[in-house]
Design a protein around this ligand. Sequence first.
Ligand code: ZN
Length: 77
Amino acid sequence: MGYDSNDRDDGTFKPCPFCGSDASLKIYEPPFTGSRYYYVQCDRCDAMTSPVHIESDVGSALRQLQDAIGRWNRRRD
Ligand SMILES: [Zn+2]
Protein backbone atom coordinates (compact mmCIF):
# COMPACT_ATOMS: atom_id res chain seq x y z
CA MET A 1 0.00 0.00 0.00
CA GLY A 2 1.13 3.54 -0.66
CA TYR A 3 4.14 4.77 -2.54
CA ASP A 4 6.78 4.69 0.17
CA SER A 5 10.09 4.01 -1.57
CA ASN A 6 10.96 1.48 1.14
CA ASP A 7 7.86 -0.58 0.36
CA ARG A 8 9.03 -3.18 -2.15
CA ASP A 9 5.90 -5.33 -1.92
CA ASP A 10 4.26 -3.63 -4.90
CA GLY A 11 5.08 -5.97 -7.79
CA THR A 12 8.82 -5.34 -7.81
CA PHE A 13 11.46 -7.96 -7.04
CA LYS A 14 13.29 -8.31 -3.79
CA PRO A 15 17.05 -8.87 -3.99
CA CYS A 16 18.22 -12.45 -4.45
CA PRO A 17 18.14 -14.28 -1.05
CA PHE A 18 21.41 -16.01 -1.93
CA CYS A 19 23.65 -13.25 -3.31
CA GLY A 20 21.65 -10.01 -2.97
CA SER A 21 21.67 -9.25 -6.70
CA ASP A 22 18.76 -8.01 -8.76
CA ALA A 23 16.38 -10.49 -10.32
CA SER A 24 14.60 -10.44 -13.67
CA LEU A 25 11.31 -11.77 -14.96
CA LYS A 26 11.85 -14.31 -17.71
CA ILE A 27 9.50 -16.12 -20.05
CA TYR A 28 10.12 -19.77 -20.80
CA GLU A 29 8.56 -20.94 -24.06
CA PRO A 30 9.15 -24.60 -24.82
CA PRO A 31 9.30 -25.15 -28.59
CA PHE A 32 6.26 -26.59 -30.37
CA THR A 33 4.03 -26.65 -27.28
CA GLY A 34 2.25 -23.31 -27.57
CA SER A 35 2.72 -22.92 -23.81
CA ARG A 36 4.50 -20.07 -22.05
CA TYR A 37 5.69 -19.80 -18.48
CA TYR A 38 6.81 -16.95 -16.25
CA TYR A 39 9.68 -17.42 -13.88
CA VAL A 40 12.01 -15.10 -11.98
CA GLN A 41 15.76 -15.62 -12.06
CA CYS A 42 18.65 -13.95 -10.30
CA ASP A 43 20.89 -12.00 -12.68
CA ARG A 44 24.05 -13.33 -11.05
CA CYS A 45 23.73 -16.77 -9.44
CA ASP A 46 20.94 -18.41 -11.48
CA ALA A 47 18.63 -18.96 -8.51
CA MET A 48 15.11 -19.18 -9.91
CA THR A 49 11.49 -19.83 -9.03
CA SER A 50 9.42 -22.69 -10.33
CA PRO A 51 7.67 -21.68 -13.58
CA VAL A 52 4.10 -20.41 -13.61
CA HIS A 53 2.04 -21.38 -16.65
CA ILE A 54 0.65 -18.35 -18.51
CA GLU A 55 -3.01 -18.67 -19.47
CA SER A 56 -4.04 -17.14 -22.77
CA ASP A 57 -6.43 -14.48 -21.47
CA VAL A 58 -4.99 -11.20 -20.26
CA GLY A 59 -6.62 -11.15 -16.82
CA SER A 60 -5.19 -14.53 -15.89
CA ALA A 61 -1.80 -13.65 -17.33
CA LEU A 62 -1.54 -10.65 -15.01
CA ARG A 63 -2.44 -12.79 -12.00
CA GLN A 64 0.19 -15.35 -13.01
CA LEU A 65 2.76 -12.60 -13.40
CA GLN A 66 2.03 -11.51 -9.84
CA ASP A 67 2.21 -15.15 -8.72
CA ALA A 68 5.67 -15.54 -10.26
CA ILE A 69 6.88 -12.35 -8.54
CA GLY A 70 5.31 -13.50 -5.27
CA ARG A 71 7.12 -16.83 -5.44
CA TRP A 72 10.41 -14.99 -5.74
CA ASN A 73 9.66 -12.48 -2.99
CA ARG A 74 8.58 -15.18 -0.53
CA ARG A 75 11.86 -17.10 -0.80
CA ARG A 76 13.62 -17.37 2.53
CA ASP A 77 16.38 -19.94 2.03
ZN1 ZN B 1 21.54 -14.61 -6.66
